[in-house]
Design a binder for this molecule. Structure first.
Ligand SMILES: [Mg+2]
Length: 412
């Protein structure tokens, strides 16, 4: 559980002296005091980029990913997990934002127009080849190639399905929960999510009320935010079964692969979902190999950026598991929509049972905020990764000497 979040970001801007004056923007989303540590980790990566020719770096983003991740001294702090890996993510995502802006394309489209060979080159297959080889990845991407143009057209006219967490936060009154749940259905959402795990009786009452309001056809997902050990997860879920939950998210520690497998075996047909705190492609690989998850929840800013999420999407396609990204936070909806849309066009080729989380707050701080209506994300058209926060917001909220902090006012 994250009872006391103070939404923050370690924010990266990559400048070049190219005449087009484009900047690459990226960030690591944090929830407060850890942000200073995150910012220091990002600074440790500056020497890898500063002074190098931009064309060489953007022309080989698979190569720069390996350089950043395999630096032996920084790697000691991971490897490939935690603060150093999130720093890589922020920098790599900023480079992708820059590359997409220079190409004049939204990121999803830039990726979806790359050849299968170019996409495979982005991925570090180290530690993956027992589950996914470069040859198999190539096969998955080639299989999807003939339908790309048609799916791009479909995506542009229909968007991509979203689900909402807005109704289900702990601490909302029953009246607020039922009002928001019924509004969500009215807004076109076909899946809503409730937070659970603090108090069983409260959860049962809230779940019953939500089910009464949305009816039998709207899916209700549950999110325990890592509250339980394996035994209690199974006990609590058994009590929820009469209300037909669609998935249970983060029932236990994100590192506990066998625990997830045990919970999944016990709570079927309820699905098990996880991923927002999964550190890297190797943990996702094991969750899939162990039959521990039904739903993979990639996060755009936790693993090593776009490159590693291409690996994760390929793994999910190999195992036939749908990807329903995590986006609770700030800017995560803006980023991760691009990855799902790329997946639809060029990897899995389907939207079946796939939904992107949508949390309706703080989008106004983004230069190109998400456009969610009728329960769907509209495909972004603007060049880039939708990562850029308004300059005014960045100045006002800069820690520790932005005016919001100096005045001691609400950081909002
Ligand atoms: Mg969650």
């Amino acid at each position: 559980m994250n009872p006391d979040p103070d939404y923050s970001a370690a924010y990266v801007v990559i400048h070049t002296d190219a005449p087009d004056a484009h900047e690459g923007h990226g960030f690591a989303f944090t929830i407060g005091r850890g942000n200073d540590i995150q910012a220091a980790a990002i600074r440790a990566l500056e020497p890898f980029l500063i002074g190098r020719p931009v064309e060489a770096i953007l022309g080989d983003l698979g190569g720069i990913w390996r350089e950043l991740v395999h630096d032996s001294q920084l790697r000691w702090l991971g490897p490939e997990k935690g603060v150093v890996h999130m720093a890589v993510s922020a920098v790599v995502n900023a480079l992708w934002d820059l590359k997409a802006k220079r190409a004049g394309l939204p990121l999803w489209r830039l990726l979806a127009e790359m050849t299968p060979e170019q996409l495979v080159d982005l991925v570090d297959f180290r530690y993956l080849t027992d589950a996914l080889t470069p040859g198999e990845a190539l096969e998955i991407l080639r299989r999807a190639e003939p339908g790309r143009a048609e799916r791009t057209k479909h995506l542009l006219s229909h968007g991509y399905p979203a689900y909402t967490t807005s109704a289900g936060w702990l601490g909302y009154s029953d009246e607020k929960l039922t009002r928001l749940a019924s509004e969500a259905v009215g807004d076109g959402f076909t899946l809503i999510k409730l937070k659970v795990g603090a108090d069983l009786d409260d959860d049962l009452r809230r779940l019953r009320l939500a089910r009464e309001v949305v009816g039998p056809d709207v899916r209700i997902a549950l999110d325990a935010n890592q509250r339980w050990d394996v035994g209690p997860a199974i006990e609590w879920m058994s009590a929820f079964l009469p209300y037909d939950p669609w998935w249970i998210e983060e029932p236990t520690s994100p590192d506990d692969i066998l625990g997830h497998a045990a919970i999944r075996a016990a709570v079927a047909p309820v699905k098990v979902a996880t991923g927002e705190h999964v550190q890297n492609r190797i943990v996702f690989k094991q969750l899939l190999q162990a039959g521990a998850i039904d739903v993979m929840q990639i996060d755009a800013a936790r693993v090593g950026g776009v490159n590693e999420n291409v690996a994760n999407l390929l793994l999910a396609a190999k195992f036939g598991v749908p990807v329903c990204p995590h986006a609770g936070g700030v800017g995560l909806c803006e980023l991760v929509q691009h990855l799902s849309m790329f997946d639809y066009v060029a990897v899995s080729g389907t939207m079946d049972d796939r939904v992107i989380e949508y949390v309706d707050h703080l989008h106004e701080h983004f230069v190109h905020p998400v456009d969610v209506h009728n329960g769907r994300y509209a495909a972004p058209q603007e060049p880039g990764f939708s990562a850029e926060i308004h300059a005014g917001t960045r100045t006002r909220h800069a820690y520790p000497d932005g005016p919001v902090w100096m005045s001691g006012g609400d950081a909002g």
